[in-house]
Design a protein around this ligand. Structure first.
Ligand code: G3P
Length: 219
């Protein structure tokens, strides 16, 4: 399973990259705004800076909501760097744009997916990635992981190559459960990825090993 980090924060992207487990980055307009990145030139430069940190795919989301504008914006984003994946919203023109980019060999990530039907459409359009938002479904008392299972079953039934990119991942157990279900990729904050490290028995065990070693060495 691939690990993407879901942030536009360069320091956190570097930290995840240095851990050696980072396969790519996803961003969205809210994450860019959170870092204070505004203005077209700054936004494009920021995507380039992200591509310089990671070797993997970097999702850059269009702001446009009509087909022609999405194509123009997506082409400009894709031209920035070979690692850029054009992120498109799951609306009618977004599906059309996913088909357009797929035929041109440009990678896409269809985002804001909340149902199996939407994921089926994204695959039919030839999207590289589909992003079901599991945390936001959990927020409204709907099982986000169940959606991943449904999409996995549908894609496997027909051999769709669109990768299931579980998004809106909030914590370590989302990641573990996505791995059990067969999501191709997770994207989440650095905190969720680093939480996979943690176990008190590891910390206690290491403290004991080091204490025993120091004790023996002092004799
Ligand atoms: O990748 C989608 C993600 O950014 C949404 O996450 O935590 O805002 O629901 P969240």
């Amino acid at each position: 399973m691939k690990f993407f980090i879901d942030t536009a924060n360069l320091a956190q992207i570097k930290e995840a990259h240095e851990l050696g487990v980072l396969d790519g980055v996803t961003t969205n307009p809210s994450l860019m705004a959170k870092e204070g990145i505004t203005g077209q030139e700054n936004i494009l430069n920021h995507y380039k800076a992200i591509c310089e940190i990671t070797d993997g795919d970097v999702s850059a989301e269009v702001i446009a909501t009509t087909f022609n504008e999405m194509v123009a914006e997506g082409e400009a984003l894709a031209a920035l760097h070979p690692q850029i994946v054009v992120k498109l919203p799951m609306i009618k023109d977004g599906v059309k744009a996913a088909k357009y980019f797929s035929e041109k060999g440009i990678k896409t990530n269809v985002t804001l997916v909340f149902s199996a039907g939407q994921a089926l459409l994204a695959a039919k359009a030839g999207a590289t990635y589909v992003s079901p938002f599991i945390g936001r479904l959990d927020d409204v008392s709907t099982d986000g992981l169940r959606l991943i299972e449904e999409i996995r079953e549908i894609y496997d039934n027909y051999g769709y190559e669109t990768e299931i990119l579980a998004a809106s991942v909030r914590h370590a157990m989302h990641i573990v459960n996505c791995a059990k279900i067969g999501a191709d990729v997770i994207t989440g904050p650095l905190s969720a990825i680093e939480a996979l490290l943690k176990h008190p028995l590891t910390d206690n065990g290491l403290a004991q090993f080091l204490a025993d070693h120091a004790n023996a060495a002092s004799k």
